[in-house]
Design a protein. Structure first.
Length: 120
């Protein structure tokens, strides 16, 4: 299982209505794109200098599933809508450890943290 995080910092003049519409469009994607196994959207509440405005937390079965999602026209439309308002974007992707008995993603500690290793 691949964990995919995207961090977005919007331009200072981005209207709240734009961010809300982006979130609405993102939340609509899992119903149309079965490669998305999990989607959670978080909005920053601290507004510190190092804060990002919004974070997407997503899960995919594999890197190949993430790549299919990234190339899908529905995803491309949402990105085209959002891109003009984005000042910075970042991402982190990592594999979750698999529990071989249940064949599901498992953490190696009580917080769900797996091994810290580079992919690829």
């Amino acid at each position: 299982m691949l964990q995919h995080y995207v961090f977005i910092r919007y331009a200072a003049d981005t209207p709240e209505a734009h961010v809300e519409e982006f979130c609405r469009r993102m939340r609509a994607l899992p119903a149309r794109l079965p490669d998305i196994r999990h989607l959670q959207i978080g909005r920053d509440i601290l507004h510190d200098a190092r804060s990002w405005d919004l974070m997407l937390c997503m899960r995919f079965e594999s890197v190949a599933a993430l790549r299919r999602y990234q190339q899908h026209p529905d995803h491309q439309q949402v990105m085209a809508f959002n891109q003009p308002a984005v000042a910075e974007v970042g991402s982190v992707d990592f594999l979750l450890p698999i529990d071989e008995k249940s064949n599901s993603a498992q953490g190696s500690d009580k917080f769900g943290n797996g091994p810290c290793r580079r992919i690829g």
